[in-house]
Design a binder for this molecule. Structure first.
Ligand SMILES: Cc1cn([C@H]2C[C@H](O)[C@@H](COP(=O)(O)OP(=O)(O)OP(=O)(O)O)O2)c(=O)[nH]c1=O
Length: 197
């Protein structure tokens, strides 16, 4: 693969954009409209990997893909007792998700994909997160900030949600949505080295 200074980022997530900026990678944001419905019987790992691939590949087929550049897509899901917990539908759902995570250990999976031509590189990372026991008042006050909306598992570790977390084991940026170390490795594997600082 020849070298490129710029990639497409098939993500509307501001967190992913920030992490990619942190890596010194130039990118053009491109929309993805991939259906993120979880398939019955699909493992959490298979799910994030399929959706991350789908986001990158569907963006590649869209009319916004006008330059022949690599496309990055990513997906994050929170998994509790084997069940993927996606983004909350509304504040009531956010409260239910946080009640479920209260005092419990869960896992966060993020998968990142780089696609170019018929080549595809993919890395999936798992982080263990343990929540403090949360009172109903803490959950309600947190949900009132609106921060849980748009976040897998209804919390943002990079925001006020970080104060709900007792311990984490593994990559922090993986929880935020794009594992910094593994994304750098992926870019290196794909020989886009000169786009890195
Ligand atoms: C657990 C957790 C998730 N999140 C976010 C990361 C992701 O943006 C989101 C999970 O949803 P995703 O479907 O992975 O991503 P997205 O819909 O926000 O963006 P796009 O598909 O356009 O790339 O949850 C945090 O910001 N902080 C956290 O602590």
């Amino acid at each position: 693969m020849s070298q490129h200074t710029t990639i497409y980022l098939a993500s509307g997530s501001p967190r992913r954009q920030e992490i990619l900026t942190q890596l010194g990678v130039d990118f053009i944001q491109i929309a993805n409209h991939f259906d993120e419905t979880h398939l019955a019987g699909e493992s959490a790992k298979d799910y994030v990997e399929r959706v991350a691939r789908g986001k990158a590949l569907s963006a590649m087929e869209s009319s916004d893909y006008t330059e022949s550049l690599p496309v990055m897509g990513a997906d994050t899901t929170v998994v509790h007792q084997g069940q993927p917990l996606g983004k909350p539908d509304d504040l009531q759902h956010a409260e239910q998700l946080l009640e479920r995570l209260s005092g419990q250990t869960h896992h966060v999976y993020s998968s990142v994909v780089l696609a170019y031509g018929d080549q595809l590189w993919q890395s999936t990372v798992e982080t263990e997160v343990t929540f403090a026991k949360l009172s109903k008042t803490i959950i309600q006050n947190y949900c009132r900030t609106n921060e849980p909306m748009g976040k897998a598992g209804a919390y943002a570790i990079q925001g006020l949600g970080g104060s709900l977390v007792e311990t984490i084991n593994g990559s922090y940026t993986n929880v935020v949505g794009l594992p910094l170390f593994e994304t750098r490795q992926l870019l290196e594997q794909a020989s886009i080295k000169h786009a890195l600082v």
